[in-house]
Design a protein around this ligand. Structure first.
Ligand code: ATP
Ligand code: MG
Length: 340
């Protein structure tokens, strides 16, 4: 199901507008991540899609149908939250069957479908256990199966992995990807973890202060951030940020540039015909495949992942260098411009 917001705003009862003029379209059959810091508006946006919250202004469409005034049941969404919220007194099978029972699906049909879903999420060997006897990852698998039971128009996942330990999170995010691809159901996955979003999503909507910062493929967000917030939020190690004044003698920067962002992998050993910066090496770390050096450029520190020896000059790879103005907006850099 394709989901569209037209100029949607949301004001909570206290009179504060927390989502501002949201305008977007989620393509059918894709896995979309809603990514942003705490308080950015991710859950509010998800609850507007689900129908648990009503838009203050604007319109919401599922396909060609306007659903702005419809509730969650009418919209037919499936939801999974951070806390597993399974029925504790029911077995795994009964949990998955329950929504179909409520919808009066015939008994043999619903049992067969529940078993197929259990197999899809790989809990088919746990069917007779109660949720309390399952691991966190298994409980979330059951919650996903239950949400899929009614063939939801859209599957909504609000931080479904945040109660799991780091290793299990990585395993489960791959599982969510697999399940989404096998079912083809349009899925919105909320997370504040950029690496999680980058690994699972077809497209990522970055939200901050109730405003969409950028809605793009993981690759484009990384390589072509539209503003300083996105450049800073996406990527590990975090992008280096240096005041433009510290770089003007080495680079031709737009007059209104205030900050320059430099990706750690864009700082390389000196090569011909690229902008060169004088640096001193401060600290070099290498373990396994991880390598990282801290360099100094005057008063500023730069992290690079490309150099593991002492150098006194580095080259910049243009693809990973971005200029921003005082408002944090991206400015084009004229790489062929002559230094004044
Ligand atoms: N019921 C409410 N009444 C008033 N304000 C609310 C309510 N729920 C959320 N807010 C405010 O709306 C803003 C967005 O909250 P939201 O829960 O959507 O953020 P989030 O991105 O999901 O954050 P988190 O990562 O912490 O879950 C925040 O400033 C929050 O304080
Ligand atoms: Mg939230």
């Amino acid at each position: 199901m394709n989901v569209r917001f037209e100029h949607v705003t949301l004001t909570y009862n206290n009179g504060v507008e927390v989502l501002h003029d949201m305008d977007f379209e989620l393509p059918d059959g894709e896995l979309i991540a809603l990514l942003g810091p705490s308080g950015g508006g991710k859950s509010t946006t998800l609850n507007l899609v689900s129908g648990l919250l009503r838009a203050t202004t604007g319109k919401i469409f599922f396909g060609n149908d306007e659903v702005t005034e419809k509730d969650a049941l009418q919209r037919g969404v499936g939801m999974v939250f951070q806390n597993y919220a399974l029925y504790p007194h029911m077995t795994v099978l009964e949990n998955i069957v329950f929504p179909m029972k409520m919808a009066k699906v015939a008994k043999d049909v619903r049992n067969e479908r529940a078993r197929a879903l259990a197999k899809l999420v790989r809990v088919d060997d746990q069917l007779n256990k109660k949720p309390g006897a399952l691991s966190g990852g298994q409980q979330q698998r059951v919650a996903i199966a239950r949400a899929l039971a009614k063939n939801p128009s859209v599957l909504l996942l609000d931080e479904p992995l945040s109660n799991l330990d780091a290793r299990l999170r990585v395993e489960m995010r791959e599982e969510i990807r697999r399940i989404q691809q096998e079912t083809g159901v349009t899925t919105i996955f909320v997370t504040h973890d950029q690496s999680e979003a980058m690994h699972v999503a077809d497209k990522i909507m970055v939200l901050n202060d109730g405003v969409i910062q950028q809605f793009d493929s993981p690759q484009s967000l990384y390589q072509n951030p539209q503003n300083q917030f996105v450049a800073r939020f996406i990527g590990e190690p975090v992008i280096n940020e240096v005041p433009a004044t510290a770089l003007r003698e080495h680079l031709v920067l737009p007059a209104t540039a205030v900050t320059v962002g430099i990706r750690p992998e864009a700082i390389k050993k000196p090569v011909m015909d690229t902008p060169v910066l004088p640096v001193t090496a401060e600290r070099i770390q290498a373990f396994g495949r991880d390598r990282q050096a801290t360099l100094r450029l005057g008063d500023y520190r730069l992290i690079t992942t490309e150099i593991i020896e002492a150098v006194d000059q580095v080259s910049l790879d243009r693809a990973g260098v971005y200029a921003f103005n005082a408002a944090g907006e991206r400015l084009p850099i004229d790489w062929d411009g002559k230094r004044a």
